[in-house]
Ligand binder design. Structure first.
Ligand code: C2E
Ligand code: MG
Ligand code: MG
Length: 735
């Protein structure tokens, strides 16, 4: 007995102590204890509950076993009968016991003692298992904490890297890639995708950045996170998907999505991590938008150069920080010559391309530390610091030379030029706006002197500019307040002295300037963009007036001078026809006078308008013929009806045979082409006689009739209808 018992005891100890879990320890203990004493059944009771049983079959007598644990020597088992029990405390709480039950005979003291030992051994084993388990749990928890601290550290480092990239203004795609890859890395190689809404009504999502392999997240996931405004976790085929919403300046802009093979029980942690990355994306995007907005507010999008506001800011800073001993600060005002022609003929895209190329050349003409800017339209500026005046002027020359070289735009060679004004500041207290304005004034002057020049600002230019400014205001007021008047000069048929028509001539009696000749103010009105309105007023007023006179003189026609600037106005033909319609004047009664230079310099647009008007019956005349380009080629191409020979030829016609020959040629040419000829500026009888002899059809001039106010016109017209010979009209002028 001691032999087998020792052997069995050893086996019992080994098995129970080797058990890693309480359940296995209990199961081994009950089974072995029961078999060792050849009992029928056994159990372990703890806290009044049976936690391990052997030999009882499917129905364990819980209550009986509980009583046995409490000291009952026998238990009654249904269908089996009475059993002797040995209850062996486990050494801990009272009531905990290893129980064996035998039917045949009661347990002897030796058996009882052995069983007691076995009970205690089990108790010990259970306690140590519990401690070990607790320790294991503790260790696991510590390890978990260590790895989670490590993960957090990595998260922090990753986010810091991203933040640094944001504040260093790294390109946005680079930052977004850092976000997705940082998140993918941290989430153990998950596939991470940043889905951004493209904007627009349908808010389509696109993957702005992706890191990792595998499927892309479904749009629905990203949209759900956006709609809910919170992090979402959903099961997927492979494991889990997490989506964290991304906001830009507070508004929902997309989602950062991760597809994970398995969350390894760290769902919460991973959710929080992804959310942290999503916040970085929000920051980066918001920041990029802000930077973009700031950039847009300060830079010209076409050339990338600083705009006027930023240029003035920089200029202010330079002026304020300048040492008194330093060389002066110069501002160059650069205006392109002929830019408008390129823009008009090749289109705005080509114009934009050209501006970008000009900007690049400008940058090449100054030092890296100098500032160049686009002020607007075709105007640029350069700020040259610490440079003597001569050097600044030299830079201006260099710019003019650089811009003169052809540009390749829209597959063509394009030629423009530049005029440059230079303003120099020596005083530290100079105002930046004023300096720029002075450079502008000098540029304007340079342009007036001929294109492609550089001029340094002088104070006298200021007075000129002021006058120019006030002239603009005065002209605007003249139009508004009705300061303009028309005089009319008859066109006389030289053969019989009858007036066939009148030419409307504009007059301006300015309350501040007195009488201003159209020769002086028409070019200004053209420059200021006021000529279209002034021209329209002349047309409407003249048409109404002539319509009235036509009641008495039904064949009377109206000649109106038209500026080239009016001609290229897109609605010019419409405007002319509207004026005639309002007045009720037939188009055939109107002749538009244009100068040769206009016809040569405004080829396409102007010609098409003229073509339209001509088809509608309006007649066309070439004013001051012979003074301009004298290119007769356009006479064949243009639908012209009349030539007005410039008075320069008429004045000398009586004197030199050469001029007479020229006028004769023009008259003959006109006859061949079927055109009317009007001799302008007939001032005396000799000229009149010479012209009649040449067969010139019509004439105008002080000798025939001066330009007169409308109230006198009817009387004069009536006088020419009589038998009065040519030349007897009243010579008085009311001008
Ligand atoms: P234009 O169309 O060649 O007009 C003829 C100019 O010669 C007029 O000067 C007229 O008064 C002047 N004139 C007429 N007969 C004689 C003469 O025998 N001797 C001399 N020395 N001059 C004579 P005005 O009115 O000062 O106009 C000058 C120019 O201003 C016009 O030349 C025309 O080009 C322009 N102009 C006048 N009115 C208008 C207008 O309503 N619109 C536009 N666009 N231009 C106008
Ligand atoms: Mg005229
Ligand atoms: Mg003329």
């Amino acid at each position: 007995m001691p032999n087998w018992s020792t052997h069995l005891l050893t086996e019992y100890f080994t098995a129970v102590n080797a058990a890693e879990h309480e359940e296995t320890a209990i199961a081994s203990a009950v089974e072995r204890a029961t078999e060792m004493v050849e009992a029928e059944a056994g159990a372990v009771v703890r806290d009044g509950r049976v936690i391990g049983a052997y030999g009882f079959g499917s129905v364990v007598p819980e209550i009986a076993l509980g009583e046995a644990a409490a000291g009952q020597p026998m238990i009654e088992i249904p269908y089996v009968g009475e059993l002797h029990v040995a209850s062996n405390p486990l050494g801990g709480e009272t009531g905990d016991a290893l129980i064996v039950a035998r039917q045949a005979e009661p347990f002897d003291p030796e058996e009882r003692q052995m069983l007691q030992g076995m009970g205690q051994v089990l108790g010990l084993a259970l306690r140590s298992i519990r401690v070990l388990a607790a320790e294991r749990h503790l260790r696991a928890e510590k390890e978990r904490q260590a790895t989670s601290a490590q993960t957090r550290q990595r998260l922090v480092e990753s986010l810091l890297t991203i933040q640094r990239a944001i504040s260093a203004r790294r390109p946005l795609p680079e930052i977004l890639d850092a976000v997705t890859c940082g998140a993918a890395d941290l989430l153990g190689g998950a596939k991470v995708t940043l889905m951004l809404a493209e904007g627009g009504p349908d808010q389509r999502l696109t993957a702005a950045s992706t890191c990792g392999d595998g499927d892309s997240p479904p749009d629905s996931l990203a949209q759900a996170a956006m709609a809910g405004g919170a992090v979402l976790v959903r099961p997927s085929e492979q494991g889990w998907m997490i989506a964290a919403p991304v906001r830009v300046t507070g508004e929902m802009a997309g989602s950062l999505c991760a597809l994970l093979a398995s969350t390894g029980g760290q769902q919460t942690e991973q959710r929080d991590q992804l959310s942290a990355f999503a916040q970085q994306v929000s920051l980066a995007l918001t920041d990029a938008r802000t930077v973009e907005a700031v950039r847009e507010a300060h830079h010209d999008p076409i050339t990338g150069l600083p705009n006027r506001a930023l240029f003035l800011k920089i200029l202010n800073r330079v002026l304020a920080s300048r040492g008194t001993m330093a060389d002066p600060t110069s501002v160059l005002f650069i205006d392109l010559d002929r830019f408008k022609a390129v823009n008009d003929s090749l289109g705005h895209d080509a114009g934009d391309q050209l501006l970008a190329l000009v900007a690049r050349r400008l940058r090449g003409c100054v030092r890296a530390s100098d500032t160049t800017a686009r002020l607007g339209g075709d105007e640029f500026a350069a700020l040259l610091h610490d440079l003597p005046v001569e050097a600044a002027q030299f830079v201006g020359e260099r710019i003019v030379a650089a811009i003169k070289e052809p540009f390749r735009v829209a597959g063509r060679e394009v030629f423009v030029g530049a005029s440059v004004g230079v303003a120099v500041s020596r005083e530290a207290r100079q105002n930046s706006e004023e300096l720029l304005h002075n450079a502008d004034v000098a540029m304007y002057r340079a342009k007036k002197d001929g294109l492609g020049r550089v001029l340094v600002y002088e104070p006298y230019m200021h007075a000129e500019a002021l006058d120019r400014l006030s002239l603009r205001g005065d002209l605007q007021r003249a139009l508004r307040e009705g300061e303009f008047r028309l005089q009319y000069q008859p066109l006389i048929r030289l053969a019989d002295g009858r007036a066939t028509g009148v030419e409307a001539l504009i007059r301006w009696h300015s309350p501040t300037r007195g009488f201003v000749s159209p020769v002086d103010f028409i070019p200004k009105a053209e420059e200021f963009g006021l000529i279209a309105d002034i021209g329209q007023w002349v047309l409407e007023t003249g048409a109404l007036q002539v319509t009235k006179w036509r009641r008495d003189f039904p064949d009377l026609t109206l000649n109106v001078n038209v500026s080239g600037h009016q001609l290229v106005h897109p609605r010019f033909a419409d405007n002319v026809m509207r004026a005639l319609a309002i007045a009720g004047l037939p188009s055939s009664a109107v002749t538009l006078e244009l100068t040769e230079s206009v016809l040569v310099s405004e080829p396409d647009l102007g010609r098409s308008a003229l073509g339209v008007l001509r088809k509608l019956g309006v007649q066309l005349s070439i004013d001051d013929f012979g003074t301009g380009y004298s290119s007769l080629a356009y006479l064949r191409e243009l639908p012209v009806d009349e030539l007005k020979v410039d008075r320069a030829f008429i004045a000398r016609a009586e004197l030199t045979g050469e001029d007479l020959a020229l006028v004769r040629t023009i008259v003959e040419l006109a006859q061949i082409l079927g055109l009317r000829v009007v001799a302008e500026g007939i001032e005396n009888a000799a000229q009149l006689a010479a012209l009649r002899k040449l067969g010139c059809g019509l004439g105008q001039g002080y000798h025939l009739c001066r330009p007169i106010d409308p109230e006198h016109v009817a009387v004069r017209l009536a006088a020419t209808q009589g038998e009065s010979p040519v030349g007897v009209l009243d010579h008085r002028s009311t001008a």
